[in-house]
Ligand binder design. Structure first.
Ligand SMILES: Cc1cc2nc3c(=O)[nH]c(=O)nc-3n(C[C@H](O)[C@H](O)[C@H](O)COP(=O)(O)O)c2cc1C
Length: 191
């Protein structure tokens, strides 16, 4: 096995190794609404749970190539609300498409014909057909790293879920290195 010392390695190599070693990463497919009312949808895999009481989650959002804030981060900061839709295999192609950068006035939901339904406690809608969705209110943002990344901490205020999700995670996808994805189809229960 090889080893690199981060301070002496090159940045690209370190980035590639982080993307390929911290796997599989869950995917938050996030709906937000801009101050002008445009529904935005985009995937984020630097995402996970932080605490359960209260239920807090984080998502780490980088900048666009031109250095500007991504629509998701800007909308969350401006409106204080977002919904994390749980990503599953039937949605994979649409998830990847919504990862393309669109101008703020263009909605991914309309462009890619993605059906939504109203949420309970927040304005951004949930994606119809996902097995679960977490309605979140912004708790705080932290700027970290050289880019810097905007780390959003959200408090979950409502949870939509199917009965099956508490017994099986089959079909849920995760992000791997490069453009690869994992699909959960083999679960082992150890009692
Ligand atoms: C599966 C997947 C995971 C992604 N994860 C992240 C992430 O964790 N952080 C990030 O800044 N961008 C991530 N991206 C890229 C964003 O989705 C992309 O920049 C998108 O255009 C942002 O859209 P927005 O400007 O509408 O917010 C990911 C893309 C894909 C396809």
């Amino acid at each position: 096995m090889k080893v690199i010392e981060v301070a002496k390695g090159n940045e690209k190599e370190v980035t590639t190794l982080i993307f390929n070693t911290v796997v599989p990463r869950p995917i938050a497919w996030i709906t937000t609404i801009s101050a002008c009312g445009v529904v935005n949808l985009a995937p984020f895999s630097f995402y996970n749970a932080v605490t359960t009481r209260p239920p807090l989650i984080f998502v780490s959002i980088g900048k666009r190539k031109d250095g500007k804030e991504k629509d998701t981060a800007r909308n969350i900061i401006e409106t204080g609300e977002f919904v994390v839709n749980v990503a599953t295999k039937p949605f994979l192609e649409k998830i990847v498409k919504t990862g393309e950068s669109l101008p703020p006035e263009e909605s991914e939901v309309e462009k890619f014909n993605i059906e939504t339904a109203p949420a309970l406690k927040v304005k951004p809608p949930i994606v119809k057909g996902v097995p679960a969705a977490l309605e979140c209110k912004l708790r705080e943002t932290i700027n970290l790293g050289d880019t810097p990344m905007t780390v959003v901490i959200g408090e979950v205020v409502a949870i939509h879920y199917t009965e099956e999700i508490t017994g099986s995670s089959k079909g849920i996808i995760g992000r791997l290195g490069g453009k690869r994805y994992a699909v959960i189809n083999d679960e082992i229960e150890i009692i």
